[in-house]
Ligand binder design. Structure first.
Ligand SMILES: Cc1ncc(COP(=O)(O)O)c(C=O)c1O
Length: 417
């Protein structure tokens, strides 16, 4: 099914853009625009009943119901039980809380494996846990030129002392999608857990979590057209073993065991808007199936596949352009084709600062960013000279168009010449 791009763009008020401007937004890996139905739910919650939720009074009752609906809706879209879903203010916070909770299962002599390719959110918390528990942190290294995870690197590290493997589903710099199934199997074979960071993957393809085999799967909803929250799906067997981080009297509810903070109520309520968004796109593109009815996760997956196909088609000429320039002073990180790759393209140009390239792009109506994007250890490992200046990152979302990419390629052509 071909995406009706005008219909999709109509669901994002931010794309109306500054009047009369011809600009393109290519910093989607930093956070996508919010879908109109999510925004609508936020406005409704704030303007109708932003009070302490739950209870019999006329305002608290609906507020609590809307929060419950938001939680249930998210779980439904992911095809998991809502008892497995922790909602926190961000993925960094969720992983940090998880690492604290894991202090009950990690002790002296144990080992944790992290990947050098990961965002710091899925490294630092495990490093701190190892330090405090007398455990050892081991790195799954990357290839120094491509930044890809070393083939066979994990097998060399796994052993009977390994308690946990933490790895990204796809890196926010390199873009290669990892097949998590075999990684989960290898971890489970030695009795270790797999914690997968889906933050960079989920914006490009709505996650189908169960086939990954991950015991914990995290992603950030503000990068999937939603509010600024992190979602963490944790297997019941893990929730039962770890030390709750909630108030003790809330620990009996499994979904609140890792809720250390009670994130923004209105954002939680607005999660119901994500289903409104997927339903609107689904009903528009699949009217026959819509009439027949499908499950929420089935609709989200079908929409996710269609959006991903569109994004891949739009991204391909950009990757071809960058790949064509690679080697002539331009270093393109990651694969040069879209096979098993997400549309996050990172590059550096010899003799030019990434900051100056981003400024020049901004002058030509292209919004993007540069830096290490908190994958600092990766950039150090692959020898990016000035890590703070880092790489230029061009990241797409499903609402980007062929026209915008054409404009971006023209701008790059001019700047690089
Ligand atoms: C791959 C990856 N993991 C984790 C994070 C952290 O997510 P959050 O901003 O929700 O803490 C990010 C944020 O950009 C990311 O790109």
């Amino acid at each position: 099914m071909q995406l009706d791009i005008e219909f999709l763009r109509g669901l994002f008020p931010a794309l109306d853009g500054p009047p009369g401007s011809d600009w393109g937004f290519f910093d989607n890996a930093g956070g996508t625009h919010m879908a109109r139905p999510v925004l609508r739910r936020i406005t409704h919650y704030l303007s109708s009943h932003r009070v302490q939720p739950y209870g019999p009074n006329l305002l608290a009752g609906p507020a609590g119901l809307e929060m419950d609906r938001g939680r249930e809706t998210l779980a439904g879209l992911l095809g998991v039980d809502s008892s497995a879903v922790t909602i926190g203010p961000s993925t960094t916070q969720n992983l940090n809380t998880l690492a604290h909770a894991m202090s009950s299962v990690v002790g002296p002599g144990d080992e944790i494996i992290v990947s050098r390719q990961d965002h710091e959110a899925n490294i630092g918390c495990w490093e701190r846990l190892c330090r405090s528990r007398g455990a050892t942190l081991r790195f799954w290294e990357v290839e120094s030129e491509s930044g890809e995870l070393e083939a066979g690197g994990l097998d060399d590290l796994l052993n009977s002392r390994t308690r946990l493997v933490a790895v990204t589903h796809s890196s926010n710099i390199v873009g290669t999608v990892h097949d998590l199934g075999p990684i989960a199997d290898a971890a489970h074979a030695v009795g270790a857990l797999l914690v997968a960071d889906g933050v960079s993957y989920a914006p490009h393809r709505w996650p189908e979590i169960s086939p990954t085999g991950a015991d914990v799967y995290c992603f950030s909803l503000y990068k999937t057209f939603g509010p600024h929250l992190g979602a963490m799906v944790v297997a019941e067997s893990v929730l039962d073993r770890i030390a709750p981080q909630s108030h003790y009297f809330n620990a009996r509810r499994s979904w609140s065991r890792l809720d250390a903070s009670g994130p923004d109520h209105c954002a939680i309520a607005s999660l119901a808007g994500l289903a409104d968004f997927f339903d609107a796109v689904f009903d528009h593109h699949f009217p026959t199936e819509a009439a027949a009815g499908t499950t929420p996760d089935g609709r989200a997956a079908a929409v996710g596949r269609m959006l991903h196909a569109h994004e891949t088609a739009v991204a391909t000429p950009l990757l071809d352009f960058l790949a064509g320039r690679a080697g002539n002073g331009l270093r393109l990180i990651g694969r040069h084709t879209m096979a098993e790759r997400e549309a996050n393209f990172s590059f550096a140009v010899a003799g030019r600062s990434s900051a100056s390239l981003v400024e020049e792009l901004a002058r030509r109506g292209v919004a993007t960013k540069h830096g290490h994007f908190y994958a600092r250890r990766l950039l150090e490992a692959i020898g990016v000279g000035d890590v703070d200046d880092g790489v230029v990152r061009l990241s797409l979302a499903a609402y980007n168009t062929h026209r915008e990419v054409g404009h971006l390629i023209d701008a790059l052509d001019e700047i690089l010449d």
